[in-house]
Design a protein around this ligand. Structure first.
Ligand SMILES: CC(C)(COP(=O)(O)OP(=O)(O)OC[C@H]1O[C@@H](n2cnc3c(N)ncnc32)[C@H](O)[C@@H]1OP(=O)(O)O)[C@@H](O)C(=O)NCCC(=O)NCCS
Length: 175
């Protein structure tokens, strides 16, 4: 499915796509993986495979070039090492079947509200699901995008896998 949001119409050539990952061509998967890798926050190994296991992948193209992406993932963490437990959140991990992540906008396209549009489009796909996200404690822009999409911060900061910073848990409870 291809959706053109009114916001994006003002930006000639920018088109938002929200698709099941199995609909992505090999070339598009490669482009999305490369863009996500550029962010430097996501481990690069097996990224295309991890994208393929997502429920939905959203991306914005400027012509043929992918300039922003995000995805709804199926959490693959175990009962003891998931973000909800690590954040000491009062919520139950098993009540969350979806995590939003892989959010990345190409440097030249930042500040055009693409991340906001990608996040909203994905949340709109799963209005009846609880969704969680983890965000670097220092990433106030990503945090503000989640807050505007009815996520709330839950629990306490916890160390990321690389041990290089602290993460915050955000949860969106379905209607
Ligand atoms: C974080 C990121 C995804 C934001 O993408 P973006 O498309 O520029 O974000 P948006 O344009 O939707 O901006 C969201 C809000 O932050 C504000 N904002 C964006 N860039 C800003 C900046 N440099 N300084 C201050 N505010 C900023 C926008 O004005 C907007 O506020 P509004 O809703 O009140 O208008 C992008 O910077 C990025 O890809 N960073 C690297 C990867 C990353 O951090 N991913 C998130 C991991 S959780």
């Amino acid at each position: 499915m291809t959706i053109t949001y009114s916001y994006l119409r003002e930006n000639a050539g920018l088109i938002l796509h929200v698709v099941r990952p199995t609909k992505l061509s090999y070339a598009k998967l490669h482009d999305l993986s490369r863009l996500i890798e550029e962010g430097g926050q996501i481990r690069a190994d097996g990224l295309a495979d991890r994208l393929l296991r997502c429920r939905w992948v959203a991306y914005v193209c400027d012509g043929l070039v992918v300039v922003g992406t995000a995805a709804l993932k199926t959490p693959e963490d175990g009962p003891d090492n998931n973000a909800i437990v690590k954040a000491q959140s009062p919520y139950n991990f098993y009540d969350f079947k979806i995590e939003i992540g892989f959010l990345m906008v190409a440097t030249l396209y930042r500040g055009k509200r693409l991340a906001s549009v990608l996040t909203k489009a994905l949340c709109d796909k799963e209005p009846l699901s609880n969704i969680y996200a983890t965000v670097a404690e220092t990433n106030s822009i990503a945090q503000s995008i989640l807050l505007k999409n009815r996520f709330i911060q839950s629990g306490i900061p916890f160390a990321d896998r690389a041990g290089s910073g602290m993460l915050l848990l955000f949860v969106k409870i379905s209607n």
